[in-house]
Structure formats: structure tokens, C-alpha cells
Design a protein around this ligand. Structure first.
Ligand SMILES: [Zn+2]
Length: 320
């Protein structure tokens, strides 16, 4: 299998506009220093960000884009390129703070290197240095303002790639200095071609995004149980609420194990999936969605899952 940018692009589902941009960048980057990829979770933004990173790092670019095999490309694929700096959100509130962007008081050897300092020196083995900011909406106000500095006076070797699924949360000044590229979800037909064994229910549960479908296909058994539970729910009697609670709690447990989520995240994810399922079922009373959202809120507020589910399914089965 070829490892060039062009062949990797072919393997991504949908993303027509964004793919077009990457192909153009392969020929000439027109002095673009910063790209912002935005769109719903699961559309492939991170994958595209990695492709553009490789394209800008590669020392052997052709019409096919990066070769995927030179020293710069392979170091990046192994995750140890010294020319790439990944800014991950930190702390309990998952914020990208100003110290990660600019910190002149940093001592030698103090990890992590702030972005502005990283950009100050030329690349070691690649064509450019790349700053990668996934979930750029997690930058706080001070971090965003510090980032503006590098966007206004970029070093010729410095390139910045941002992704977000919440483009409205970014400062307008950041937006206006980046080339903003929409990463749209593929059409249902494109998804059917890319995932021939996925059912309509699975595509719906994945909200039409390839990332979520891939995640679900790797955990098919537990999602099949969840779908079966959701399909049967409206046929159940109010007296079956406790049984529904036990069944749903067990599905959420398995989901947590399969997706390596902690118990609360697994409960929240299972409820999310249930809400997504019923949102488009015409027989489902509108009150159901509100009940599920309320249960979701209580789970995130540390509610006891058994009590939350009992209340939820009693109310749902009693309100048909
Ligand atoms: Zn290369």
C-alpha cells in the first residue's frame, strides 16, 4: 500500500473540500502559515491534520504529496519528530493555557517547550516546524492572544494546524488569520460504500460520521445490544422499568469496557446514543428526549446510575 499523501487521501471518506485543499497544498502552499480544520467530531479532522503535517515536514515532496518514507515522514509516523509540537489540553478542565504557547521564564530542560520558543529555531530534519493544536477551542483567552503573535509575524519555517468541533468558540482574530477549512460529514451514500456492512441504524447512531462508525464497528456486539434495547423499548410495559434499568446498566458497563471509558463516561455515552436513536424515531414521544437529556445531566452531576435509570425508564414507559 502506497504511503504518499495522495493515496492516504483516497482512503478517507467524504471531505471533498478539505481533500481538494490538501491536493493544492501539495503543489504550492501559497505562503499559508496556519490552517484551521473545523467540523463535527468524527469527520476526520485529526487524520487530515496529520496528513498536512506530513506534507509540510516531508523533504521529498512530489505531485503525490509527501512520500511517507523519508526521515522526516517516518520520524513523525513513529511519534518522535523533533520538528512537531503537539499542544494537548492539560489539567482537570482540559484547557490549553498560555504557558504552553509563550513562557519566556522557562528553564532549559523544563517540559514542555512553549510553542513560540519551539518556533524560534529552524527545523532539524524536516522542511518546516509544525505546531499542532487539536481542540483549539480549549485555548483560554490568554493562550489565544499569545498565539496571535505567531500568526501575525510567522517565522518562514513555522506552520500551525488547528482543529476544532466548536468553531464559534474561537477568537475572531484567530479565525481571520487562519485558512479555515470545513470538514463536512460524508453523505449517507458515501458512508454505505465505505462501510458496506453497516446497518441504517448504525449509521444513524454514528450521526453520519466515519470516525464514530469505525469506533462502533470495532465494538459491534455491544452496540448491537444497545440498538436492540432501544428498538424494543416502546413495546415494554411500565412494570418492566426495573428490568430495563438492569439491562441498560449492563449495556453501559460493557460499553465502558469495550471503549475503555470510566463508569460515568460510559453511562453518559450510552444515554447519548439512546437520545440519538430516539431523536429520529417518529413513534417516540418528544418527552422521551427531554427525559434522556435530564438523566444525562444527572449522571454528569454524579447521580447514582441505578436511581437515575429507574427514574428514566419508569417515566419513559409510563409516558407512551
Ligand atoms: Zn517524506
Amino acid at each position: 500500500m502506497s504511503s504518499s499523501t495522495a493515496s492516504k487521501l483516497d482512503r478517507l471518506v467524504g471531505l471533498t473540500t478539505a481533500k481538494h485543499l490538501v491536493r493544492r497544498l501539495a503543489h504550492n502552499d501559497h505562503g499559508i502559515h496556519a490552517i484551521l480544520l473545523y467540523g463535527a467530531a468524527g469527520t476526520g479532522k485529526s487524520e487530515l491534520a496529520r496528513l498536512i503535517t506530513e506534507l509540510w515536514l516531508c523533504t521529498n515532496v512530489s505531485d503525490e504529496g509527501a512520500d511517507g518514507t523519508c526521515r522526516a515522514c517516518t520520524a513523525f509516523q513513529r511519534g518522535n519528530s523533533s520538528d512537531v509540537l503537539n499542544l494537548d489540553p492539560v489539567g482537570n478542565s482540559s484547557i490549553i493555557n498560555v504557558k504552553q504557547i509563550a513562557n519566556d521564564n522557562i528553564r532549559e530542560g523544563d517540559p514542555p517547550l512553549p510553542l513560540l520558543k519551539f518556533f524560534r529555531t529552524p527545523p532539524l530534519m524536516s522542511r518546516h516546524k509544525i505546531g499542532l493544536i487539536f481542540d483549539a477551542h480549549r485555548m483560554n483567552y490568554y493562550a489565544s492572544n499569545a498565539l496571535l503573535k505567531t500568526l501575525e509575524e510567522p517565522h518562514p519555517h513555522a506552520k500551525l494546524i488547528l482543529t476544532t468541533d466548536s468553531v464559534g468558540s474561537l477568537l475572531p482574530t484567530i479565525l481571520s488569520r487562519c485558512l479555515a477549512v470545513a470538514c463536512e460529514a460524508p453523505t449517507v451514500d458515501e458512508l454505505r460504500v465505505a462501510f458496506p456492512s453497516a446497518s441504517d441504524d448504525e449509521i444513524r447512531l454514528a450521526e453520519g460520521t466515519p470516525g464514530r462508525l469505525t469506533h462502533m464497528e470495532a465494538r459491534r456486539e455491544v452496540y448491537a445490544r444497545l440498538l436492540e434495547f432501544a428498538r424494543r423499548l416502546h413495546q415494554r410495559h411500565p412494570g418492566e422499568a426495573l428490568a430495563a434499568t438492569d439491562e441498560f446498566a449492563s449495556i453501559a458497563d460493557s460499553l465502558g469496557e469495550a471503549a475503555k471509558l470510566n463508569a460515568r463516561a460510559a453511562d453518559a455515552h450510552a444515554l447519548d446514543a439512546l437520545a440519538t436513536f430516539f431523536a429520529r424515531e417518529s413513534y417516540a414521544p418528544p418527552a422521551w428526549t427531554h427525559l434522556i437529556i435530564e438523566a444525562h445531566r444527572r449522571i454528569l452531576g454524579n447521580g447514582n446510575p441505578t436511581i437515575v435509570y429507574d427514574a428514566l425508564f419508569s417515566a419513559m414507559l409510563g409516558s407512551k
